[in-house]
Design a protein around this ligand. Structure first.
Ligand code: MEV
Length: 438
């Protein structure tokens, strides 16, 4: 059975909900109730959310938590995290406290350059297009003056534009490869607007260029778009301490733990199957802060994973060294973030996050996000190489199991007490719950 619908986007929100629930659900009233339950009683707030995207039916909640006690470059932060995975905030908080007692996270910005490209076909002589490009290069800057005026006032703008010959890979394929500094904005709209103007300038100037043949004058623009691969928009984060202080558990020998931890990182450096999961742990921390601060987590994910493959083989983002009895753990990651524009001044919880973080610049936010990522990676590796991941994970997941089985407050307390020093598994929890109930 097909359920195609014409003009869906023109229906009112109520009509859309009626159509969806009546078409797809066995019990439309119950389905409608699920949707309405998540509407916000503040009409203005609901309208704001409705208008973020098309065809909004309701809101989709994620828990919004905080990880306190982060020390980054000597400054203390409570970091907001939006994430559904039970153990992430707890792990970040634990790692923050651990490293806070050992000098905290040291971060630095390596560069903040963003990239955009105009992809086009030129049917002609490579030398002629190079001469043409060099001649018209200043016109690209002139023609975008109005677009770049405000960005320039803030210290940003277009850094450079290059012509790249890609005809070895695709016949007649060239690029304008442009670099930008977008200061505190993520810059996607700014970059794309500049690029679309570059494309127009390129087309128009080619038409007027007297040295070109008719074929050469007809440059074919394929597309103009920023790149989410930003290997020159980089932040570095590091933690270090004397080897003797790397274990805070008297049952775990510091040297043995450090060696095991370092081996775990090296495995992720050479083994892509492990590297993906290792980096996923880093992204647990990164995505949660990126989401809570209203940034584009898809762009961040795409850029970081591409960076993890820069050698030609997907590898660990983080690295470790043990030298002169000092344990050092670090990573460098690309992060294109904004603290102005986009959702930052619109979404009330994003505004809340920004104030909680002390209204950071984009550079400061890059450093906070990187620290959350490394903290998460440290916590995961520490569990993996000592107790195993399930102990902590299942403890945090216990509440989900109890909620799935509609445990009462009293039942929850009894189960929590029982599993305080016992390994949690789904079936053990259900068995114990049944025992209490009988
Ligand atoms: C789970 O969300 C993340 C981990 O798998 C990361 C890792 O294995 O390093 C625990």
């Amino acid at each position: 059975m097909t359920h195609n619908v014409k003009g869906f986007s023109k229906l009112s929100k109520e009509e859309k909900i009626d159509w969806i629930t009546n078409t797809y659900f066995e019990n439309p009233e119950e389905a409608k109730e699920s949707i309405l339950k998540y509407w916000n009683s503040d009409e203005n707030l609901q309208k704001l959310h409705d208008e973020f995207i098309e065809n909004t039916l309701t809101n989709f909640y994620l828990p919004y938590g905080v990880a306190p006690n982060f020390t980054i470059n000597g400054k203390s932060y409570t970091i907001p995290m939006a994430i559904e995975e039970s153990s992430v905030v707890a792990a970040a908080s634990k790692a923050a406290k651990f490293w806070g007692e050992r000098g905290g996270f040291k971060t630095s910005i390596i560069n903040t350059e963003k990239i955009g490209q105009v992809h086009f076909l030129f049917h002609g002589n490579a030398e002629k297009i190079t001469t043409f490009f060099n001649k018209i290069k200043p016109i690209f800057f002139d023609d975008t003056k109005e677009i770049t005026k405000n960005m320039q006032k803030r210290g940003g703008g277009i850094l450079n534009i290059e012509l790249r010959d890609k005809t070895n890979e695709i016949p007649n394929y060239y690029q304008l490869h442009a670099t930008f500094n977008t200061k505190d904005s993520m810059g996607a709209n700014f970059i794309n607007t500049c690029l679309e103007q570059f494309a127009k300038t390129l087309e128009n100037q080619a038409q007027e260029h007297t040295d070109f043949t008719t074929d050469e004058k007809n440059i074919q623009i394929i597309m103009s778009i920023l790149s989410n691969y930003v290997p020159n928009c980089l932040v570095r984060v590091e933690v270090s301490c004397p080897l003797s202080e790397i274990s805070d558990d008297k049952n775990i020998d510091a040297n043995e733990f450090a060696q095991k931890f370092a081996t775990a990182v090296r495995i992720a450096e050479i083994e892509p199957y492990r590297a993906v999961t290792h980096n996923k742990g880093i992204m647990n921390g990164i995505d949660a802060v990126v989401l809570a601060t209203g940034n584009d987590f898809r762009a961040v994910e795409a850029g970081i994973h591409a960076y993890a493959s820069k050698s030609g083989q997907y590898s660990s983002l983080s690295h470790v060294k043990i030298e002169n009895d000092i344990f050092t753990f670090w990573m460098e990651i690309p992060l294109a973030l904004g603290t102005v524009g986009g959702l930052t001044s619109l979404h009330p919880l994003v505004k809340f996050s920004m104030e909680l973080l002390g209204k950071p610049s984009a550079e400061e936010l890059m450093q906070i996000v990187a620290a959350a990522g490394l903290a998460q990676n440290f916590a995961a590796l520490r569990s993996l190489t000592t107790t195993g991941i399930q102990q902590g994970h299942m403890k945090m997941h216990l509440m989900n199991i109890l909620n799935q089985h509609h445990a009462t407050k009293e039942e929850k307390q009894k189960v929590l007490d029982y599993f305080k020093d016992t390994t949690v598994s789904h079936s053990l929890v259900v068995d114990y719950l049944e025992k209490i109930r009988s």
